[in-house]
Design a binder for this molecule. Structure first.
Ligand code: UDP
Ligand code: MG
Length: 308
């Protein structure tokens, strides 16, 4: 059986379109399916639509959260609920084309392949700003993190049970799926496709949300920023040491009329800035650690198809 996890947040318009498309693929494939929709605290009619689908179609299951917990929480809930031998995850907005599932499933019949993942080659529909930001983000994270993050990788992928169990064994609270998929290893085959615009509704990500998400992934998968702040500290100590020697020699040889107040102020400002910046980096890691040790559940379920 193939389980498909579909996180949904305010997707009343997209769900019926998605359901129609995926059913076409399911009919062609002749493999048992289960569709696990995760309602991530939607404020529109998403839940009603899901209830309706689950009532009339036995392969439709749904998990409804008590509030919006974010897409990562939705993905985890789906993974935990999935019963299939193969598990896929995809967006409901048809930006991940369902017809690819067939090719992905066939590729997985090769016993050396554990996962088939997709990446989009183009960034159609991205704003100019987002394109530049995305490009730099991948450059930076791949330089500083040991876990490779593939440029343009989408969350759309199909994997075998073994890999799913490995992913579920990672119990962290701050979850970044792209990193987790890469971290667990296994043999992943990539297929590419052209990015398309969503069929209905609007994107749930604005620039700041994306920015915060990317920062989270850097903190989650690299401790390099901490190293950078230590290096900056050492560098500043060296510079100040050289300056001390220069000033002492200057005073002893040519004497020192009191001067240099403006430069002193500049240096104080600069150095305190660097200090605060480095403290901020430590603070970010501390904050994540704090959230991690609190050990709160990643999501809370309010209703599932069993409550119908
Ligand atoms: N989503 C979610 N919870 C959120 C935000 C988004 O479950 O808090 C879902 C959303 O319904 C969609 C998928 O995650 O199925 C991807 O979201 P979107 O299409 O808005 O992202 P984009 O494709 O623009 O990156
Ligand atoms: Mg989308």
């Amino acid at each position: 059986m193939i389980s498909i996890i579909i996180p949904c947040y305010n997707e009343e318009e997209a769900i019926p379109l998605f359901y129609k498309e995926i059913n076409k693929t399911i009919k062609e494939m002749k493999v048992p399916f289960e569709l696990i929709f995760v309602n991530d605290g939607s404020k529109d009619r998403t839940l009603e639509i899901l209830r309706g689908l689950a009532k009339k179609d036995k392969k439709v299951r749904y998990i409804s959260f008590s509030r919006n917990f974010g897409k990562e929480a939705g993905i985890l809930a789906g993974f935990e609920a999935a019963k299939g031998d193969y598990v896929a995850m995809m967006d409901v907005d048809l930006q991940d084309p369902p017809y690819l599932l067939k090719e992905m499933y066939e590729t997985l019949q090769d016993e050396n392949v554990d996962c088939v993942a997709t990446r989009s080659v183009s960034r159609n529909g991205y704003s100019f700003f987002r394109k530049i930001f995305t490009k730099w983000y991948y450059k930076i994270i791949n330089t500083i993190s040991k876990t490779p993050i593939v440029d343009g990788a989408r969350d759309f992928r199909l994997m075998k049970r073994k890999m799913v169990d490995a992913i579920l064994s990672l119990k962290e609270y701050n979850r970044y799926s792209k990193g987790i998929f890469s971290w667990v290893g296994f043999n992943t085959k990539w297929i590419t496709f052209e990015n398309t615009e969503r069929v209905a509704g609007t994107t749930k990500w604005n620039f700041w949300k994306l920015f915060a998400y990317s920062m989270e992934s850097i903190i989650g998968f690299s401790t390099m920023p901490l190293l950078v702040s230590s290096v900056v500290g050492v560098l500043f100590c060296l510079i100040s040491f050289i300056m001390i020697i220069v000033i002492i020699t200057k005073t002893l040889t040519i004497g020192d009329p009191v001067a240099g107040w403006p430069s002193l102020v500049c240096i104080i400002f600069f150095v305190s800035g660097v200090q605060l910046f480095c403290l901020g980096i430590i603070g970010q890691y501390l904050a994540k650690t704090y959230l991690e040790v609190k050990n709160r559940p990643v999501y809370i379920i309010k209703e599932t198809e069993n409550d119908l």
